[in-house]
Design a binder for this molecule. Structure first.
Ligand code: HEC
Length: 204
């Protein structure tokens, strides 16, 4: 493993631990004990849990007052059911994208997404003891050309379930969100965007 990659991994781990601490705090406040081992869920179970929480989640994120994700739950969801994402804190995640991202999963090498493209990944924590609570939402927004060359004009933002802005590459603490781009760098040829894991892609 080269040093830069190792540094990035350590940073990513630290960040995810901070997020867990924030969420653990929230659960302790509501009388729960945070457990960090995720549950194993069938696609149906994952969908059902998400359906029960989604309204509450969007209300929480809305407190951040970010216009770019105002209607995200009405966008196209590209995954068939919430799936466990090791790279986003072992949470069950969804991948929503607005209409500008119509080439999501089909982008040709060297092409880029248009300004105004937004990806929103909302998350749910489900522990092996079946404790369930909303997680952060991870956002990528394509800014105007040359607006932020260090991150290839992508803005990365995290909003906690209570609406707290946690990291924003264009905000007050950009360093909290820099590691996002460092990992997304692996997909530089596809404009820094991954895609839904094969198993959870929606087959037309
Ligand atoms: C260690 C690697 C890694 C880190 C760190 C990381 N991501 Fe990702 N991201 C991925 C992978 C892999 C996917 C696609 C698979 C998945 O959903 O888990 C993805 C998917 C996404 C997507 C959906 C669009 C796409 O690329 O398919 C968004 C939005 C996103 N990440 C935002 C963020 C934000 C914001 C951060 C920082 C808070 C972040 N990511 C940190 C690896 C990472």
């Amino acid at each position: 493993m080269n040093t830069i990659f190792r540094a990035v991994t350590i940073l990513a781990m630290a960040h995810i631990m901070i997020l867990d601490a924030a969420i653990a705090q929230e659960t302790v406040e509501s009388g729960h004990i945070a457990v960090e081992t995720p549950a194993t869920l069938s696609p149906d179970e994952a969908n059902q849990i998400y359906d029960e929480l989604r309204k509450r989640m969007s209300t929480g994120y809305a407190i951040a007052g970010l216009p770019i994700i105002k209607d995200y739950q009405f966008w196209k969801r590209y995954n068939s059911s919430p799936y466990l994402s090791a790279t986003h804190g072992q949470r069950f995640v969804n991948n929503f994208a607005n209409t500008k991202a119509s080439t999501y999963g089909k982008l040709k090498s060297g092409e880029v997404y248009p300004e105004g493209t937004v990806f929103a990944k909302d998350t749910v924590t489900v522990t092996s003891e079946n404790k369930i609570f909303p997680g952060a939402i991870f956002i990528m927004e394509k800014l105007a050309k040359d607006a932020n060359p260090e991150t290839a004009d992508w803005r990365y933002v995290t909003v906690l379930p209570d609406g707290t802005l946690f990291g924003d590459t264009t905000g007050a603490e950009p360093e909290l969100a820099q590691y996002c781009h460092a990992c997304h760098q692996a997909k530089a040829k596809e404009d820094y965007v991954f895609y839904v894991p094969e198993e959870f892609q929606i087959k037309n």
